[in-house]
Design a protein around this ligand. Structure first.
Ligand code: GAR
Length: 208
């Protein structure tokens, strides 16, 4: 079985969706470790409930960003991962980290990329009066939220929406699309080659 390591910083609802999918046999792989850069991340409780080993590394104990990521690599490599899935991991990864796991890191980002990389996506959607919003699963490259997109989900934005209601509706969809993409990867159907995402040998994205 292939090994999955999941990185979180907070709530962990996407982690929960991945745990549930694994339990239901919908992900052909094993979540063998959960890592958090936040001591109080609620997702750590979810991992404990599911009897998945957890590790914590806080920036305050390791302020140098490269040292932090080298430390992280060392911890993660002990699980011999085939895939690193970022699930609300809110710390930017160094090129050192990204190169070490080239083509093996997935992220879920709450916007219709390439729109709104970075933070506060729901706020920016509201401020710009966008009529639609969504979430994207993509391969991680050195460019922040800039790697090739694999799968997106869309929602309509209503006049009475707030950041909170948008976040809630987006998360419901994330919990469907993320496990699906992770399973594609586990089945060996998905890869990143020449800067493009490929599913079943077909290109999914234009090269940027
Ligand atoms: C998710 O909506 C995810 O898309 C977003 O954080 C949330 C985490 O929720 N990720 C980012 O903003 C990455 N920059 P969760 O902890 O409940 O899974």
């Amino acid at each position: 079985k292939k090994n999955i390591v999941i990185l979180i910083s907070g709530e962990g609802s996407n982690l929960q969706a991945l745990i549930n999918a694994q339990k239901a046999g919908k992900i052909r792989g094993k979540i063998c470790g959960v890592f958090s850069n936040q001591l109080n991340a609620y997702g750590l409780e979810r991992a404990k409930q599911a009897k998945i080993p957890i590790q914590i590394l806080e920036a305050k104990t390791q302020p140098d960003h490269i040292e932090f990521d080298l430390n992280l690599i060392q911890k993660i490599d002990s699980y011999q991962p085939d895939l690193i899935a970022l699930a609300g991991y809110m710390r930017i990864l160094t090129p050192t980290f990204v190169q070490h796991y080239k083509g093996k890191i997935l992220n879920i980002h709450p916007s219709l990329l390439p729109k709104y990389p970075g933070l506060h996506t729901h706020q920016r959607v509201l401020a710009n009066g966008d009529k639609e919003h969504g979430s994207s699963v993509h391969f991680v490259t050195e460019k922040l939220d800039g790697g090739p997109v694999i799968l997106q989900s869309r929602i309509s934005v209503f006049p009475d929406d707030s950041e909170k209601t948008l976040m809630e509706r987006i998360k419901v969809q994330e919990h469907h699309i993320y496990p699906k993409v992770v399973d594609w990867f586990m089945q060996g159907r998905l890869e990143m080659r020449s800067g493009i995402a490929w599913l079943d040998g077909q290109p999914l994205t234009e090269k940027k």
